[in-house]
Each structure stands twice: as structure tokens, then as C-alpha cells.
Design a protein around this ligand. Structure first.
Ligand code: NDP
Length: 290
């Protein structure tokens, strides 16, 4: 049979890993990158270097984009606007749900189709079935290209709304960065007290590993909008976070992070939730958004 083929535009660490994975699986791969030298290793392994964006687009129906963000997509595709019709763009650049929705519309107006992808792993996870990527957009387009996309990672189709893949990506990043910064902050306090990262590791891991149990316990209560203070009370949480702030101060470490947490607890107290669970704080977040 004929070899399957794909174009990859954007050869940062991610795009290079993706193009490499396609080459390993026997695909014909056409690549383009603003800085052409980043294609050298891939060309040595059999990739075709397109000298222009137009040639990269002409080579294949399926075009993978791996760029810094969605603005870069416009910078690259606007000059080639008359060549977009009939193409399928799988955009694996990270950005906001809104940017993904706008891009899907912009491409549809030019006769092209768009799938949004949110890759959940670093370059080392590319080409591995245990890695996963969120996808959203047309189910038909996803199904048509699923086998090819599964060369990159396993796929997790989230729905027709082009914003959904980015939404799932960003709500995971919300948890990831806040949690990792809390780890760094706790380590700074530990270090100030002569405890190394190595010594802290089993304890930090134990606390992080306990979180799914809490999330599972509170899930049905959160969906029901019920925040009874039967197992935890906001007043207890407030006092607990206060102790963290004071321990931080005593260690001579910056209090900005736990002080921000304490402030959210305080607003919950001021709103009369001292006797409710800390989960009542979700209403503080929702009020801020209005
Ligand atoms: P890089 O920022 O290293 O690569 C970005 C690519 O965008 C390069 O090919 C770069 O070209 C190109 N680019 C940037 N600005 C322009 C421009 N104005 N015109 C043309 N091309 C431009 O990113 P990564 O490869 O690390 O990641 C790609 C995407 O994947 C990002 O959205 C990232 O958030 C996401 N991601 C990354 C992960 C990671 O661990 N790296 C993990 C999960 C997602 P040039 O080489 O010429 O600069």
C-alpha cells in the first residue's frame, strides 16, 4: 500500500519529537520551521524539508501544528491563506479555549478544518501509548485521523466544541502549577529548617498522594452544592492556614502564597461560612468571576 504521510509545522522540542515518532512508524513526513536548522536531524532520518510554508501545505491534507501559541499559527498561515482550503489542521499548540474556538472559525471560513489538541506530556512522552492528548472539534475529522494521531500519544476525545481540549488542558494546568508551587513553598520552609528535598520527598509524596481521596469524597457534595461542616469546618481550616503562614514567617520565607490562601479562607469566614466545609469557598471563587 501507499505510505501514510503528514506535514508537521513547528519544530520546537515537541514538534521534533512528533515528527520523529511519525518517521519511526514509517510515515512520509514533510516539515517546516521558521528556523530551518531545527529540521536538520529529522531530514537526516528521512523527513522532507519544505522550503516554504506553501510547499509544506501542498504536501499533505493533514497538517500538525506545534507552535508556541495560536497567534503564531496566524503569523504562519495568514500569508498562505489561499492554500488552506481542504486542509485538516491538528493544532497541538497550547492556548486558551477561546483562542481555539476562534481558530476553528477562522479556518472554517477559509475552507479548512481544525482539531484542537492539548498534549499532556513533555517531549519524552511523545510516541508512547501510555501518554495522552485531549482532542476536541469535529468527531468526523477526529475519527478520520485517529490512527495517525495515535502515533503521537493515545487520544482522549472530549467533544465537538473546539475549546474543550484546551479547557481540559488548562484546568489540569491550574491544579498542576498551584500544587507544584505549594510543594516548592513547603520545601523552602523545610530547607530553612535544615531539611533537604531528599528528606522531604516521602512526606511530600504522601500528602500529594492523599489528595485523590479528598477529591473523591467531596465530588458528590460539590455537584449537589452542599457544604456541610460535618467532617471539616472552615474555621478549623482558617486556623490551620494561619499556622502555615506563621511557620513560614518564623522560617524567614516569603508568605505571599499561603497569605493568598488565607485571604480566601478569610472571605469565606466573612461571608458567614465558619461552620461550613472549606468546599464552601468555591462560591467565593465563583463570585469573583461575576
Ligand atoms: P517551543 O516554544 O520551543 O516551539 C515553538 C515553535 O513555534 C518553534 O518551531 C518556533 O519556531 C515556532 N515559533 C514561535 N514563534 C514563531 C513565529 N513568530 N513565527 C514562526 N514560528 C514561530 O515550544 P515546544 O516545542 O516546547 O512546545 C510546542 C507547544 O506544545 C507549545 O504550545 C507548548 O505549550 C506545548 N506543550 C509543550 C510541552 C513541553 O514540555 N515542551 C508539554 C505540553 C505542551 P523557531 O524554531 O523558528 O523559533
Amino acid at each position: 500500500g501507499t505510505r501514510q504521510s503528514v506535514t508537521v509545522i513547528g519544530l520546537g522540542p515537541m514538534g521534533q519529537a512528533m515528527a520523529g515518532a511519525f518517521l519511526e512508524r514509517g510515515y512520509m513526513v514533510t516539515v517546516w520551521n521558521r528556523t530551518p536548522g531545527k529540521a536538520d536531524e529529522l531530514v537526516a532520518k528521512g523527513a522532507v524539508r519544505a522550503s516554504t510554508v506553501n510547499k509544506a501545505l501542498a504536501a499533505n491534507e493533514l497538517v500538525i501544528l506545534s507552535l508556541t501559541d495560536y497567534d503564531v499559527m496566524y503569523a504562519i498561515l495568514e500569508p498562505a491563506a489561499e492554500q488552506l482550503s481542504g486542509k485538516v489542521f491538528v493544532n497541538l499548540s497550547s492556548d486558551t479555549p477561546q483562542k481555539a474556538r476562534q481558530a476553528a472559525k477562522w479556518l472554517a471560513e477559509r475552507g479548512a478544518r481544525h482539531l484542537t489538541g492539548g498534549v499532556q506530556v513533555p517531549p519524552s512522552g511523545i510516541g508512547k501509548p501510555e501518554s495522552s492528548t485531549y482532542y476536541s472539534g469535529s468527531r468526523e475529522v477526529f475519527d478520520a485521523h485517529r490512527n495517525t494521531l495515535e502515533v503521537i500519544t493515545s487520544t482522549d476525545y472530549r467533544g465537538e466544541d473546539p475549546g474543550l481540549a484546551m479547557l481540559y488542558y488548562q484546568i489540569q494546568m491550574d491544579i498542576f502549577w498551584t500544587s507544584m508551587l505549594s510543594y516548592l513553598h513547603a520545601l523552602a520552609v523545610a530547607n530553612a529548617n535544615g531539611i533537604t528535598a531528599e528528606q522531604f520527598l516521602p512526606y511530600a509524596s504522601a500528602t500529594l498522594s492523599s489528595l485523590p481521596g479528598f477529591v473523591e469524597f467531596y465530588t458528590s457534595r460539590l455537584d449537589a452544592g452542599k457544604h456541610p461542616g460535618d467532617v471539616d469546618r472552615l474555621a478549623m481550616g482558617f486556623a490551620s492556614v494561619e499556622h502555615v503562614v506563621h511557620t513560614t514567617e518564623d522560617a524567614g520565607i516569603d508568605i505571599a502564597l499561603p497569605a493568598a490562601v488565607l485571604k480566601v479562607f478569610q472571605r469565606g469566614m466573612e461571608n458567614g461560612h465558619a461552620g461550613d466545609s472549606f468546599t464552601s469557598l468555591i462560591d467565593i471563587f465563583k463570585k469573583t468571576a461575576v
